[in-house]
Design a protein around this ligand. Structure first.
Ligand code: F1P
Length: 604
């Protein structure tokens, strides 16, 4: 796309006529409408432009943005609430909660800020909740997201005996019933709870769909929050996702930015005599924007990784991330999201962390007893996976020069004995030569190396104590790593042919949000009316040619439960709608054409 076309595509989604029935988080992004046919390098460039939209300024009062005055003011107010808790933590708690990616980020941030408190000899005050419990940190558990009562009960449990709680519920689409249940509970107990909601749609686009056993909807909870003096709504628009509805991408990045901005400001105010100011918050958001730019300035290196991973997935191989420290947590997250997002098998993209569960330090301890997909230590990789790997697979080392680079080199050698398709991705401070020799050796073992070098001034603490004043540095590495890994896994699945235009056709229909999205997608691609599309979807889920008995009258929970054990339901329903063929014929059509994009394109 030429320069001016890009500029107009950048803002097109903001027009009131652009996909008016959809909330921003579900709209398709005009910047990526042909991402399915792009080269690895073009994919990375498109993702860059999409991510830049996060920081775009508010135009003509359409949508409020990350840097809009009202958003910055609310961030400052919430930071001041957190500061009060940090200064007087007795019987108090800051709870971060969400589903899927939002819950995983709640964990990551709570863990990091608790660590910072411990370094200051303070007691931890942060807790996280993720729908589905700790197993959802590492795998797709989409069903608990639909349960508002479960959300409320898990919040009550975490807060037992507390007298003051700052509750931050995260739902990128302002849609998860699990979070709505928690916010409703907070609003009912204002003497203890101060509710904050983070999401990326305007309030009127919050989901207004009945929830099981509830008199409220997400929308009505948001309305009540707006009327409540002691409730805070942080909901800037960040533009549609590069792959429609894939809120793990910009939604996740913006969540991370917002939480870090608020909690860093609170920590600095409580312990470094730096009062919370709007200006400080704006500066901090600006630092994240620079992180995005520095990261994507390595477009070629990122594209090389996308290509390697894409080749592996195309050839039936797998992609393994071997990470150190919090970057490894991000790699575990990215890998776990491939299953619900792309209908991938858990073996397609896997993450491993140096130190395993001891390093991860989650509420429920080690989860290895849940099965091989929960074995996440590097030792597990060496024992379970490495013996099976071939040059068809891709292994990516992910670390910083503050990690044990000697250990990285050791692992690189072990992998290289078995296969050649090894790559490295690391962060380094400009001028830091402490690990140069080992890095040279790693480079020689790898087919490609992506090195992101950060200005030394921004990294005063490397190898020293990670104090609160320098908290933004690991934040930069983490955001940068998240962007790169999201690009690698998304790009690889695009190259595998999983995406049509910028829609994920083979989406797992495992909760009500995804069920609605699937129905809408069928409508969009087939041009058929909604009820007919839903009927086709149900036939594919239940694997029947006719909807008989009580199937049509069952609720969505029953449908999505059934869909958990099924694959390719949306592509099969689409083939039926487009050709009028039977389900059996549709399934055989898809079997003969394993590349979903080609199977669909042939019929459109
Ligand atoms: C939560 C979420 C996403 C996940 C998938 C299903 O969304 O679990 O993180 O990628 O789309 O929903 P939200 O409540 O943050 O909008």
């Amino acid at each position: 796309m030429a320069g001016s076309a890009w500029t107009s595509a950048l803002c097109k989604w903001e027009s009131p006529d652009y996909e008016p029935s959809l909330p921003v988080s579900e709209k398709s992004n005009p910047l990526t409408c042909d991402i399915d046919r792009a080269s690895a390098e073009s994919i990375v460039k498109m993702l860059h432009r999409c991510d830049v939209q996060m920081f775009q300024e508010e135009s003509e009062g359409t949508y409020q943005r990350l840097l809009s005055d009202q958003v910055v003011k609310t961030l400052a107010e919430v930071a001041k609430r957190a500061e009060l808790i940090l200064k007087d933590p007795q019987d108090s708690l800051v709870v971060l909660s969400g589903c899927g990616t939002s819950g995983r980020l709640a964990f990551l941030i709570a863990a990091r800020f608790n660590r910072a408190l411990r370094q200051l000899k303070q007691n931890p005050v942060y807790s996280y909740i993720i729908a589905g419990g700790d197993r959802a940190l590492l795998s797709s558990q989409e069903a608990p997201e639909d349960d508002p009562k479960l959300g409320m009960l898990s919040l009550k449990k975490v807060c037992e005996g507390k007298k003051r709680v700052l509750f931050v519920g995260i739902s990128c689409g302002l849609s998860a019933p699990f979070v709505a249940g928690q916010l409703d509970f907070c609003l009912q107990h204002p003497e203890v709870y101060t509710p904050v909601l983070i999401g990326f749609n305007p309030a009127h686009q919050a989901r207004d769909e009945a929830m099981p056993g509830c008199t409220f909807t997400f929308h009505s909870v948001v309305q009540r929050m707006q009327e409540h003096a002691n409730a805070f709504l942080i909901n800037p628009a960040v533009g549609p996702e590069a792959i429609s509805g894939s809120s793990r991408m910009k939604g996740g990045s913006a969540t991370k930015i917002l939480l870090e901005v608020v909690l860093s400001a609170a920590q600095a105010a409580a312990f470094s005599r730096t009062p919370v100011t709007c200006n400080g918050i704006v500066q901090h958001i600006g630092a994240h924007k620079r992180t995005v730019d520095v990261t994507y300035s390595e477009c070629e290196g990122i594209a090389a990784l996308v290509e390697a991973a894409g080749r592996s997935l195309q050839g039936g191989g797998c992609v393994c991330y071997l990470g150190w420290g919090s970057l490894a947590v991000l790699s575990l997250m990215d890998a776990s999201e491939c299953n619900p997002t792309f209908g991938a098998d858990y073996e397609d993209v896997r993450g491993f962390i140096s130190g395993g569960y001891a390093e991860l330090n989650i509420n429920e301890g080690s989860l290895t007893s849940l099965g091989p997909d929960f074995c996440i230590a590097h030792e597990d990789f060496l024992h379970l996976l490495l013996p099976r790997l071939t040059d068809k697979d891709t292994v990516l080392l992910i670390y910083t020069h503050c990690d044990d680079v000697g250990d990285v080199l050791k692992l690189a050698r072990r992998v290289r004995e078995k296969m050649v398709n090894l790559h490295a991705f690391y962060h380094q401070a400009d001028g830091d030569t402490s690990a140069a020799l080992q890095q040279d050796d790693i480079n020689k073992l790898c087919l490609s190396t992506l090195n992101i070098t950060w200005p030394a001034a921004a990294m005063p603490f490397c190898r020293q104590n990670r104090t609160l004043s320098s908290v933004s540095v690991p934040q930069q590495w983490e955001l940068s790593t998240k962007l790169v890994l999201n690009a690698v896994s998304t790009g690889a699945h695009i190259l595998k042919g999983k995406i049509y235009q910028n829609h994920m056709i083979d989406v797992q229909v495992t909760n009500s949000k995804l069920y609605r999205r699937a129905t809408r997608l069928l409508q969009r691609l087939s041009g058929r009316p909604g009820p007919q599309c839903e009927e086709a979807l149900l036939k594919a889920i239940y694997q029947v040619e006719e909807l008989t008995g009580d199937i049509p009258s069952c609720d969505i929970t029953t449908h999505t439960h059934k869909a958990r054990s099924r694959t390719k339901v949306v592509p099969a329903a689409l083939v039926c709608l487009l050709t009028g063929c039977s389900l059996v014929e549709a399934e055989s059509h898809l079997k003969q054409r394993p590349i979903i994009r080609e199977a669909v394109e042939e019929l459109l």
